[in-house]
Design a protein around this ligand. Structure first.
Ligand code: C5P
Length: 218
């Protein structure tokens, strides 16, 4: 690898996406949203009528959906079976089904391969849950972003155009619980990761902290 890899992990609503996109834009790097890939494979399962709580059925379907991830931080897109699914992957049906799908090892193996292919030579910011621990343990910079659940829910509800904050918080916490307790590649702070609690920082302050770490690693 000749370029730099920045790995950004953390629970939903911790500021990962905005931070990753901002850092990639400032550095002229590519950006990969691995959460979007898990959402995309989940959308494919829902469309095919797969029972997402049946791990064997999910595993059997793991290789079926075609996924193409865009890597432009100013316009992150994802195509599922040839169709732009950038909006559809944010739907409530996908949110409710994604964590059980992402817990199935065959799904993770399939996406791991795609993720490593895209990371390739580097100069990329990659966000997810297991980037620093499993996907790119050799990343040049590893971050683990967290924030208070109330702050995370407030941000997410705002992004979703004013959904109910309490319901959003409950849904975030339910997803976190599945993501951090699964056997394969659970959400965890990777060895060597720098922890940033973003609760009381602005987006620009967090981006600046990450940029300083990247400069120090160059
Ligand atoms: O980050 P985002 O909310 O889009 O992620 C959606 C879901 O995808 C997470 O709740 C998690 O279940 C799964 N995921 C994962 N590993 C990643 C990224 C996302 O398991 N690297």
């Amino acid at each position: 690898r000749t370029g730099i890899v920045v790995a950004l992990d953390g629970p939903s609503g911790s500021g990962k996406s905005s931070t990753s996109r901002g850092v990639a834009t400032r550095l002229g790097f590519r950006y990969l949203d691995t959460g979007a890939m898990f959402r995309a494979i989940t959308l494919g399962m829902l469309k095919a009528g797969v029972d997402v709580h049946d791990a064997d059925a999910v595993a059997a379907h793991a290789g079926v959906t075609q996924i193409v991830s865009g890597t432009d931080p100013s316009n992150p897109t994802i195509h599922v079976d040839g169709e732009d699914a950038s909006v559809a992957i944010r739907g409530e049906d996908v949110v409710a089904a994604v964590s059980p799908v992402a817990a199935v090892p065959a799904v993770r193996t399939r996406l791991l391969e795609l993720q490593r292919e895209i990371i390739g030579a580097g100069d990329i910011v990659v966000e997810g849950r297991d980037i620093g621990s499993v996907v790119a343990p050799d990343a040049d910079v590893k971050l683990y972003l967290t924030a208070d659940p109330a702050a995370r829910a407030a941000r997410r509800a705002l992004e979703e155009g004013g959904s109910d904050v309490a319901a959003t918080e409950a849904s975030l916490l339910a997803r976190d619980r599945i993501d951090s307790t699964r056997t394969t590649a659970p959400l965890t702070m990777a060895d060597g990761a720098v922890h940033i609690d973003t609760t009381f920082f602005t987006l620009d302050e967090v981006i600046d902290q990450v940029l300083e770490l990247v400069e120090a690693a160059r």
